[in-house]
Ligand binder design. Structure first.
Ligand code: CA
Length: 420
């Protein structure tokens, strides 16, 4: 698909992340306003809360943008999602009718002046472990290459129920966590600040339609509203001690950062691609009716306080072994109800080469091979005041689909919270 031209000139540059082809959904505030719903177009944000207030748009029978989140809009369902996208394209396209263009012009705010907020209310958060290279690398480090992949891995998209309460929007800083840690050579555990704090480069899929029983992969795909970049911050030393037998708990509960804009399935449609060849035949309920992954280039940068930015990894979402639709279908097999605003983390996305690994644990191979930084120095894990940024781009014919950066800064640990 070629670039769709907009009268918002900045949207027509080939490397602009927000062309008319994209139209991602976020929540912003500007010039002291309350948080409100907006759509990114070029270097501007279209204030759809204002347009709905003024009666210019009415995607639902009652207002859906009178709240600072996109959940009410998601509830309207796929037909309304498609109609609203058509309305936006008609309003912002190069050949927009004069009245529609005039209405939109009044509702444009420069993105540079806006502060971004959480784009949706996270109902619940589930994190998967569905990247084969990541699972193999981590399994090799913890159990050796012979036992790297657990026996269930090629049959089940493995996941655990995470915390919705600590999902935060890009730009939110937080403190290094404390936790219970015991290194293999230590006789007893101790309570201390995490020393091996890490990123996990993931994509998040947002459930936009509820389900009340098992659904197929095709139904799951239809229920997904859109995608965000997701950093599943991980405390490796806490994880190593706590994870058996029920999986990660406090090691993943400090924070999960998402990018500010929800990129819709419609915008990503031209980038659909198939999951890699199956190494074991999957049970029929996990069969994919068509390509369910997306070709999205991903990278992570690390910037020490006052230092230079280093790109520490480059990979692609198409490296996943299981798609978000397969994960969602699997999630429903038990009868587990899924709700609008449920967030599914893909699992860490590592490519096959060293420079494409999606976590510092893998990049530094457990700390044995520290990563060189551009401005000097090395990193095995995150140090205090480091800023980590996830970036994503789907490259079309003369245009780019971006997500907005997914940024997080790790502040020093606070004083011992139990010190008397
Ligand atoms: Ca994860």
């Amino acid at each position: 698909m070629p670039l769709m031209k907009s009268w918002v000139e900045s949207a027509n540059a080939p490397d602009c992340p927000f062309p008319l082809n994209n139209l991602p959904y976020g929540v912003f505030s500007a010039e002291g306003s309350e948080p409100r719903c907006g759509v990114a177009i070029g270097e501007m944000i279209l204030d759809v809360t204002l347009l709905e207030e003024d009666g210019v748009i009415a995607p639902g029978e009652s207002p859906v943008f009178d709240v600072p989140f996109w959940n009410d809009f998601m509830e309207l369902g796929p037909e309304a999602w498609a109609e609203f996208r058509d309305t936006l394209i008609a309003m912002l396209g190069a050949d927009a009718a004069p009245a529609a263009r005039a209405a939109a012009e009044k509702a444009l705010v420069p993105a540079a002046a806006a502060e971004m907020h959480m784009p949706f209310v996270v109902s619940e958060y589930t994190d998967f472990y569905a990247g084969r290279n990541h699972a193999f690398n981590v399994g090799t480090m913890f159990r050796g290459p012979e036992n790297a992949l657990p026996p269930n891995w090629l049959h089940i998209p493995i996941g655990y129920n995470g915390r919705a309460s600590s999902v935060v929007v890009s730009g939110t800083a937080f403190h290094r966590p404390w936790g219970q840690i015991k290194a293999p050579d230590e006789g007893a555990p101790r309570f201390a600040p995490c020393k091996r704090f890490d990123i996990e480069l993931e994509m998040g899929a947002i459930v936009g339609q509820p389900s009340r029983g098992p659904i197929t992969v095709a139904e799951a795909d239809a229920a997904i509203f859109g995608y965000v970049l997701l950093n599943d911050w991980s405390a490796r030393d806490i994880q190593a001690w706590e994870y058996q037998p029920l999986g990660p708990f406090q090691s993943k509960a400090t924070a999960t950062t998402i990018s500010p804009w929800i990129v819709t399935k419609a915008a990503l449609e031209p980038f659909r691609t198939a999951t890699p060849a199956r190494e074991k035949e999957l049970l029929p309920y996990l069969d994919e009716p068509g390509p369910m992954l997306y070709d999205i280039e991903l990278e992570v940068t690390l910037r020490p306080e006052g230092g230079e930015e280093t790109t520490i990894t480059r990979t692609n979402y198409k490296e996943m072994y299981y798609s978000a639709a397969q994960q969602l279908a699997h999630h429903t097999t038990s009868g587990c109800p899924m709700n609008v605003g449920d967030l599914l983390g893909s699992g860490t996305i590592s490519g096959p080469t060293k420079g494409s690994r999606g976590s510092l644990l893998e990049l530094s191979w457990g700390g044995k091979e520290p990563v060189e930084l551009t401005g000097g120095g090395t990193r095995s894990f995150i140090e205090d005041d480091d800023t980590l940024t996830l970036k994503g781009a789907a490259r079309g014919d003369g245009y780019t689909i971006g997500f907005g950066d997914c940024v997080g800064k790790v502040l020093p640990a606070l004083d011992d919270p139990y010190k008397r």
